[in-house]
Design a protein around this ligand. Structure first.
Ligand code: AMP
Length: 301
């Protein structure tokens, strides 16, 4: 069985959306990514939390077949906290506060049994830390990375450095335009592909996703929802489930990559149906299959 190595933030989030708010809830890019990937494959998590991180969250992650040997717990330290809202645009978070806490001095060190991981997901985190993890894995078959507007703004060169070294780069449309200074999403996708990744996936919220490969563009549908409660973690759930599915099937053919993108969009569509990880926690491999079949039926012609 191929494990998925996931690095990224493990966080306590406070989020407000037009549907309500959640304070001090479990969040973080690596958390959403790991839980989504664990629907398909065992996960090795790399991250850091403080001693204030609730024990119930640790127990939950362990119960999901997520190996926490690479999760450092800093005695007396504060867990990373993010506060934001989606009141003006459900596709774009407005950050109110980012409290780095234990992330400020975090040096990722991979336990030896993590270094042979074949599937690696560099979830949202400072790109310098993403590179440090990449340097420690021996010969991965597939590396997927995600980023966010903050890093494009303050560490663009490092984001580009990461993109040059990965197989699949995942961004949302706003980030793709920001990174390339291009207004057209197709031009932006091609420009990012030219940086080095074999595939670039641009997520377009409720409008699905586009995957740019060497000779083709795949337009993936999304699952139509009549209500989005909280978009937090949609991107991480998308990439986590996509790489989880690829790891489980160990098949990187163009056809299987397309399926993986649709699994990503299916799991992300569930995450946004409740705050924090509430809806994602309820998903089972069976309910994922049901929604996957529904998307397939809806988009076949
Ligand atoms: P997403 O909605 O998929 O883009 O990711 C949401 C998650 O990103 C939240 O749970 C936050 O804790 C986390 N997050 C927000 N800002 C940062 C940051 N600067 N670095 C790492 N993770 C972050």
């Amino acid at each position: 069985m191929n494990e998925v190595l996931v690095v990224g933030s493990v966080a306590i989030d406070s989020v407000e959306t037009p549907s309500g708010k959640a304070d001090d809830a479990l969040g973080g890019a690596a958390t959403f990514g790991s839980v989504a990937a664990s629907l398909f494959a065992p996960v090795h998590l790399v991250g850091v939390v403080g001693s204030d991180f609730p024990a119930e969250h640790i127990e939950f992650l362990r119960g999901r077949n997520i190996d926490l040997a690479g999760l450092q717990v800093v005695e007396g330290g504060d867990t990373f906290r993010w506060k934001g809202d989606y009141n003006t645009d459900l596709n774009q978070a407005v950050t109110h506060e980012t409290h780095l806490g234990v992330f400020e001095h975090f040096e990722p060190v991979l336990p030896d049994h993590y270094r042979d991981a074949n599937y690696v997901f560099l979830a949202n985190i400072n790109p310098t830390l993403q590179l440090k993890v990449l340097e420690q894995v021996r010969a991965p078959k597939l590396v997927v990375c995600d980023t966010m507007n903050l890093w494009i703004n303050i560490a663009r060169e490092h984001v580009i450095e990461v993109f040059k070294r990965v197989d699949i780069a995942v961004l949302n449309d706003g980030e793709a335009k920001m990174l390339t200074d291009l207004d057209n999403v197709i031009q932006a996708g091609r420009a990012i592909k030219a940086l080095g990744p074999k595939h670039v996936i641009i997520k377009k919220g409720e409008h699905g996703a586009l995957m740019f490969s060497d000779h083709e563009i795949f337009s993936a549908p999304s699952f139509p929802l009549d209500e989005v409660i909280d978009p937090t973690g949609a991107g991480d759930s998308f990439a986590g489930s996509m790489i989880g599915y690829l790891s489980k099937t160990d098949d990187l053919s163009a056809e299987n990559l397309r399926k993986a993108v649709v699994y990503g969009s299916v799991v992300a569509s569930t995450t946004v149906q409740d705050f924090s990880l509430k809806a994602l926690k309820q998903l089972t491999p069976e309910t994922v299959e049901e929604r996957y079949a529904a998307v397939k039926a809806m988009s076949a012609f």
